[in-house]
Design a protein around this ligand. Structure first.
Ligand code: HEM
Ligand SMILES: *[C@@H]1O[C@H](CO)[C@@H](O)[C@H](O)[C@H]1NC(C)=O
Ligand SMILES: *[C@@H]1O[C@H](CO)[C@@H](O)[C@H](O)[C@H]1NC(C)=O
Length: 335
């Protein structure tokens, strides 16, 4: 800045121009995320999150799946601002957690709480909950998939969390590829991102209720969804016997390697072994089937595409710099 003043000495228009240039550079450079954002303010931030995640995954690998999904559900509603972590309160009785897209099945909240509690001791009011969640999702990918990558950080936490926004922004398991395309493009993500990110369904669980109509009551002419492999359908009917019981019962999204994040998800789809209609649709739509087959065949092509899509998902509508706040407790906004 001082440099500009010197070269523009006694020249008012030049000074104004330089001031403008300086300010716009400032805005551009702070509106983005940076790898190693906490290097000087809290050097052990990422290591602390990693340890909390690894402890949790050792006890229950499903928590890793939960954290990856939680980051997705955070980013799709008001951007990656940790709005998913806010509990309902008297003044806001319906936070995102109350949405049917989240409430009954999102898991891993305690892992974030634990990491945050440790961080508040070492570096109080420094590391945002949105960044903790982004790191935790990455650490889960590393632990369950052996895929490592850097996560740009510097997100700030939002203060608003509304149930209905989750319900409308998070895709339904019945979505067609066209509907997915619309919802993801609202967030700046394309078809390749959809296919690559859906590979996360190679870990974790789904409730039978979200797909069992495909087994028992598909439509007027077919009781069973003809896009599902017949043998697989009868296996799944044993596990999800009736529509009535299907709210309580859960099955792995990838029965072959349920705790391994890999490209077997795509191999399942190629064989007609996708559980959610929205998963099988990726194989059955001409918009995406070529990508599914390619990822099924080449895990080495899928991995970097997944990482790239995760990184772009992690930067959706982020709050940075003076926007938002760094929450002291991830479940409640600061007073
Ligand atoms: C493409 C649109 C998507 C749809 C329609 C969808 C839908 C679903 C549904 C219905 C479940 C089962 C939840 C339950 O039982 O309540 C699920 C689980 C899961 N989803 Fe997705 N999802 C999508 C994209 C993604 C993305 C982008 C990610 C992350 C990158 C992701 C990660 C997961 C994970 C890890 C689980 C297992 C969670 C657990 O076991 O706790 N999903 N998804
Ligand atoms: C999906 O579609 C089936 C059949 O049309 C319906 O019964 C079910 O409630 C839908 N599930 C969701 C989660 O929208
Ligand atoms: C039932 O689904 C099949 C396969 O998608 C389709 O070919 C058939 O036309 C559907 N029947 C009705 C009555 O919608």
């Amino acid at each position: 800045m001082a440099y500009f003043i010197i070269i523009c000495k006694h020249n008012m228009p030049c000074l104004i121009f330089c001031l403008f240039l300086y300010l716009s550079l400032c805005i551009i450079s702070t509106a983005t995320l940076d790898i190693g954002y906490y290097q000087s303010t809290c050097p052990s931030a990422e290591a602390i999150v990693r340890r909390a995640v690894n402890r949790a995954i050792t006890q229950d690998p499903g928590l890793g799946a939960g954290l990856i999904r939680m980051h997705f559900h955070d980013c799709f509603v008001r951007g990656c601002d940790a709005s998913i972590l806010l509990d309902s309160t008297l003044s806001n009785p319906s936070s995102e957690k109350e949405s049917p897209a989240n409430g009954p099945s999102l898991r891993g909240f305690e892992v974030i709480d634990e990491a945050k509690a440790e961080l508040e001791i070492i570096c109080p009011r420094t590391v945002s909950c949105a960044d903790i969640l982004a790191f935790a999702a990455r650490d889960s990918v590393q632990e369950l998939g052996g895929i490592s990558y850097n996560v740009p950080s510097g997100r700030k936490d939002g203060t608003i969390s509304i149930k209905d926004e989750a319900t409308t922004n998070i895709p339904s398991p019945n979505s067609t590829v066209e509907q997915l395309q619309q919802m993801f493009s609202n967030k700046g993500l394309n078809l390749q991102d959809i296919v690559a990110l859906s590979g996360a369904h190679s870990i974790g669980m789904t409730r039978c209720s979200l797909f069992s109509h495909r087994l028992h009551t598909f439509n007027a002419t077919h009781l069973q969804d003809p896009s599902m492999e017949v043998k697989f359908a009868s296996e799944m009917k044993d596990k999800c016997p009736s529509l009535a019981a299907s709210e309580q019962v859960k099955v792995p999204l990838d029965g072959l390697t349920p705790s391994r994040l890999d490209n077997k998800y795509y191999r399942n789809l190629v064989k007609g072994r996708g559980l959610l209609a929205s998963d099988q649709a990726l194989m059955d739509s001409p918009l995406t089937s070529k990508m599914v087959k390619r990822f099924a065949k080449y895990g080495r092509v899928w991995m970097p595409t997944f990482v790239d899509a995760m990184t772009r998902m992690g930067s959706i509508e982020v709050l940075t710099s003076s926007q938002g706040e760094v929450r002291r407790h991830c479940r409640i906004v600061n007073l």
